[in-house]
Design a protein around this ligand. Structure first.
Ligand SMILES: Cc1cc2nc3c(=O)[nH]c(=O)nc-3n(C[C@H](O)[C@H](O)[C@H](O)COP(=O)(O)O)c2cc1C
Length: 561
């Protein structure tokens, strides 16, 4: 039996001291949540193993020398210490990258089609040029990065659906509702994007403002609502004043592209005889200064029909051919009247016509997905005519009926980063219905141009005979091998009503396979019905967590209206 001599006890103490030192060092540096993954546990286990081994050695003589054991122990301890240092360093680096302690300023955004994100990027740059440490994050990222660790926060958020948060704010919304943080040290301001034609104007911005104040954060100024349906830029100027007050740098570039006047080149009905409202392909020539990417949008300034303007002029006994100054242009009064909300009352007798004109709001803007790529030399839109009780819808009436061929259309191109294609050639699944195929056609044309062949299109409409939108393009791309999977579903052709979601449900095994291969899903079309049904189906089949992960990786994108 081995007897414990004095030098051995010294060595034992040394070993235990190294192990304990290692354990204390690692144990105190790791956060409790990380401790299990740190070296702490391994240190402890190795120490226990070593003590057990010594006890065993003391009880039963085995042929290993004491020096071998000592060497084994020392090297294990040093290895573990070294490994832990690497882990610890990595943890500190990662924490540094995401740590709000690094940045006193937060620019948080929630954006569906990219406007709020673009404005957030702009504001972030302005703060950074003034030397401020800023973190720009989508609201969903704040579910893991604590808000209370920032001192000042600027939020730029839009509203989507029926007064809901955009996709990259929904997780935050759900998470925030479960929390009761103390935000008493946070100062904040909200720029809320919305559209007054929706019932819940800027609802998500207001919800955020209320939630922050309920949790004792202090508002630097009242919420700034910005109606995106109007050409009015004053909310942005108001926001800029706030940024200057907070010490930010000047805005360098324009946030929006400039307005252009482009003549209507051609227009034709794509679905004559359809049970649905007529859809028109509207083409405008590409001109200098018109740059866009597949997936982008165009904003149109609608105008009244000539008939509506003539009636108003007659009713108010005003001469329509007189020249007026209107938004830095000289033009006949009738052309200016075509662009404003025509009020029941005309100008008062002694009122200046131009003053009166400038007080009238412009007609709200309308956005459309671009169905062509710039290389095609023209900007193509697919517009369904909306029929209302007293005439046609504003934007669709203007583009599909009132504007005559050759007449200038006032437009502005708008980037839509959320619907741009990924740079790589990963498989793409495009799901759409009705005019939702417009943006998807643009994306497919771009994929063809890039030579990316793994494309799957699921498209739903009513009747194959009359509603097969862009059929020739699809057929050609199929023949050339750019559309290996094409599912077209027509709800009114067979005896049973079939929609695109039914087809997708049947093809779920293939979809899962595509997803395993890294595919991204782009969904475009009606929010009610199709959009919601596809969302429910994917949640049920893939699980909420995977769907959310896909969304966060940019592999599930939606453009629904
Ligand atoms: C499908 C859809 C639903 C919308 N719902 C609302 C709404 O309920 N309330 C509102 O104020 N604006 C609503 N909007 C307007 C958007 O908030 C507005 O267009 C905004 O500029 C979009 O900003 P983003 O590009 O950052 O997403 C909606 C827009 C779309 C396309």
């Amino acid at each position: 039996m081995l007897s414990l001599s004095l030098p051995f006890i010294d060595e034992l103490f040394l070993i235990i001291a190294i192990a304990v030192l290692g354990w204390v060092l690692t144990g105190t540096t790791a956060k409790p949540s990380q401790r299990f993954f740190s070296a702490t546990w391994l240190e402890l286990v190795s120490l226990l193993a070593f003590v057990a081994l010594l006890a065993l050695l003391w009880l039963t003589p085995i042929p290993f020398s004491l020096h071998f054991m000592l060497l084994w122990c020392l090297s294990t301890q040093l290895l573990l210490l070294g490994w832990h240092l690497v882990v610890h360093r990595y943890q500190r680096r990662v924490a540094g990258r995401h740590s709000p302690e690094q940045a006193a300023w937060l620019v948080g955004y929630a954006s569906q089609s990219g406007t709020a994100e673009q404005l957030a990027r702009h504001s972030t740059k302005q703060l950074q040029t003034a030397g401020k440490k800023v973190q720009m994050l989508p609201l969903n990222a704040l579910a893991t990065t604590p808000l209370h660790s920032f001192e000042q926060a600027l939020f730029i958020v839009s509203t989507y659906g029926e007064g809901e948060a955009p996709d990259n704010g929904q997780h935050f919304l759900r998470h925030a509702m479960q929390q009761q943080p103390d935000l008493s040290k946070l100062k904040f301001a909200v720029l809320a994007l919305g559209d007054r034609s929706y019932q819940h104007f800027c609802a998500f911005g207001h919800w955020l403002q209320d939630w922050l104040t309920q949790h004792r954060a202090s508002a630097i100024q009242p919420l700034v609502p910005w109606d995106q349906g109007q050409r009015d830029n004053s909310p942005w100027q108001q926001w800029q004043q706030l940024l200057q007050k907070l010490g930010a740098g000047q805005a360098e570039q324009e946030t929006h592209q400039s307005w252009l006047k482009v003549p209507l080149q051609s227009r034709y009905c794509i679905n004559p005889g359809s049970q649905g409202n007529p859809c028109f392909v509207v083409k405008l020539p590409r001109q200098e200064g018109m740059h866009w990417q597949a997936g982008d949008l165009v904003e149109i300034q609608p105008e009244h029909s000539r008939c509506t303007v003539a009636l108003w002029l007659t009713e108010h006994q005003v001469f329509g051919c007189q020249t007026v100054s209107f938004y830095q242009q000289q033009l006949p009064l009738c052309r200016a009247l075509a662009q404003i909300e025509l009020p029941a009352q005309g100008p008062a007798e002694h009122e200046s016509l131009e003053n009166w004109l400038h007080q009238q709001p412009l007609l709200p803007l309308r956005s459309y997905s671009i169905a062509s790529i710039a290389d095609e030399g023209q900007l193509t839109l697919l517009v369904r005519q909306v029929k209302k009780e007293h005439g046609l819808g504003l934007g669709s009436g203007w583009l599909t009926s009132y504007a005559l061929e050759g007449q200038p259309i006032q437009l502005r191109l708008r980037t839509h980063p959320n619907f741009h294609l990924p740079d790589d050639d990963r498989p793409m699944v495009f799901i759409c219905n009705g005019t939702g195929i417009a943006g998807i056609r643009g994306l497919l044309a771009e994929r063809v141009k890039r030579g990316h062949t793994q494309n799957w299109l699921l498209f739903g409409e009513r009747q194959q005979g009359v509603d097969s939108f862009f059929a020739k393009d699809l057929q050609l791309w199929q023949q050339l091998g750019f559309l290996p999977e094409l599912d077209r579903v027509f709800s009114r052709d067979g005896s049973e009503v079939r929609y695109v979601q039914h087809q997708l449900a049947e093809r779920m095994p293939e979809l899962k396979l595509w997803l395993e291969q890294g595919a991204a899903i782009y969904l475009c079309g009606s929010l009610q019905g199709m959009g919601q049904a596809i969302d429910r189906l994917l949640q049920a089949e893939l699980g909420a967590e995977q769907l959310q992960a896909l969304q966060q990786q940019g592999r599930y994108r939606r453009d629904l209206y």
